[in-house]
Design a protein around this ligand. Structure first.
Ligand code: MG
Length: 399
């Protein structure tokens, strides 16, 4: 079996930078999409670091799931050693092709789809809050696609020293097509539109270009990345039509076989499944979600809001859907700052706690007064007496 591919990554129309990264390596049979997030350009660094580490580990002989775990370790280490990158994260969905098998490693909400005999199925499960709510029956897939918190992901690379990697194996047949993409595609286009486009364009590059163009036409709110892989018979073009066969997507490792229901009847079975499966899933999601939220909300930064120096709670640009909130505005404006400070605040100057952030504001205030030469009582500034003890970490799940 041989393969053809098409790919494209695009900044979209709603973001200043492209924080997605892409890997297309036909020689080694490795392809991946990573969607980074974090303040300033940290998202870009996170996704690029993940792709680089993935490739290095894979070429070093590691299987794709171990290579994704190595990518996690690389992003986590980089975030730990550089304060400006702290809190960055990325999704990663990788496909390794060998003979006629595709092995997938997956963390986050970048997706892989398989088209076989014209039918398109989603191979990967999103690690996102809305996907969890859909699985629990609390949202329909249509509601999930429009949900304001659809960007919140429950698993990402770079957040913890270890990460659980989902793996899948697809036994390919000639004519199969795999799509890997970031959420900038899937939030803009419905599954039906994506499937129709994949069917209409037999050329993989043309299909990739068309999908990106259509996502941009639909608004292009986010960065858009698409990789398309076509499995071809060694003889040449894929056969136009083949007898229909069931799609063989095998999640690995397989779940243990379901135990028979206990003799006492239904009630016992329902109760047990709730305890064994329901509780742990809810608990794990709540803890992961709460932990990210707690991190995103316990840090502070000082930035500019309509030219006014403002103290924010959170991470510039938000983290995994947790948007920063205004702690308070100060009396200082951008015009009161030196050029260097102004540039510094443009991107948000980050602090581990509120008191450090307040000290920084106090320094800006003193510097402004000194430069203006208006006062000698610089010890009684606006913020000297307003230090408030830090609030305990919160585990709220609403913004
Ligand atoms: Mg995205």
């Amino acid at each position: 079996m041989r393969f053809a591919h098409g790919d494209r990554t695009d900044v979209g129309r709603g973001r200043p930078e492209n924080e997605d990264s892409i890997l297309v390596d036909p020689e080694d049979g490795l392809y991946a999409v990573a969607d980074g997030m974090g303040g300033h350009r940290a998202g870009e660094v996170a996704s690029a670091t993940a792709i680089e580490a993935l490739k290095a580990a894979f070429l070093g002989g590691q299987p794709v799931d171990a290579a994704v775990a190595a990518a996690n370790a690389a992003v986590f280490a980089k975030a730990a050693e550089d304060a400006a990158l702290r809190g960055m994260g990325t999704t990663l969905t990788a496909v390794a092709l060998r003979d006629s098998t595709a092995l997938l490693g997956h963390v986050g909400d970048s997706r892989a789809y398989l088209m076989r005999d014209g039918a398109v199925t989603q191979v990967t499960d999103d690690h996102s809050l809305v996907e969890q709510l859909v699985r629990e029956g609390r949202l329909t897939p249509e509601e999930a696609q429009k949900h304001p918190q659809r960007a919140i992901i429950t698993r990402a690379l770079g957040i913890d020293a270890n990460v659980e990697v989902d793996t899948y194996r697809v036994d390919l047949r000639a004519g199969d097509r795999i799509l890997i993409c970031s959420d900038g595609l899937t939030n803009m286009l419905s599954d039906e539109t994506i499937a129709g486009t994949l069917r209409r364009h037999p050329d993989p590059q043309q299909a990739a270009d068309t999908l990106v163009d259509m996502a941009n036409q639909a608004g292009g709110d986010d960065n858009i990345t698409v990789v398309i892989l076509d499995a071809l018979s060694d003889g040449g073009e894929a056969p136009a039509a083949e007898a229909a066969a069931p799609v063989a997507v095998v999640p690995e490792p397989a779940l243990p076989p379901e135990e028979p229901e206990p003799a006492e009847g239904r009630r016992g079975g329902v109760l047990r499944s709730l305890l064994l499966w329901g509780l742990p899933i809810v608990a794990v999601v709540s803890i992961a979600f709460g932990a990210v939220g707690w991190y995103a909300r316990r840090t502070y930064y000082v930035g500019l809001s309509a030219d006014r120096v403002t103290l924010y709670k959170g991470v510039p640009g938000g983290l995994l859907g947790w948007q920063p909130t205004v702690d308070h505005e100060t009396d200082l404006t951008a015009a009161d700052l030196t050029e260097a400070d102004r540039a510094d605040l443009q991107n948000g100057h980050r602090f581990a706690n509120r008191s450090d952030a307040n000290k920084f504001v106090e320094r800006l205030q003193q510097q402004h007064e000194a430069l203006a030469g208006t006062t000698t009582t610089t010890t009684t500034t606006t913020f000297a007496g307003t230090a408030v003890p830090e609030a305990p970490p919160t585990t709220e799940t609403t913004r």
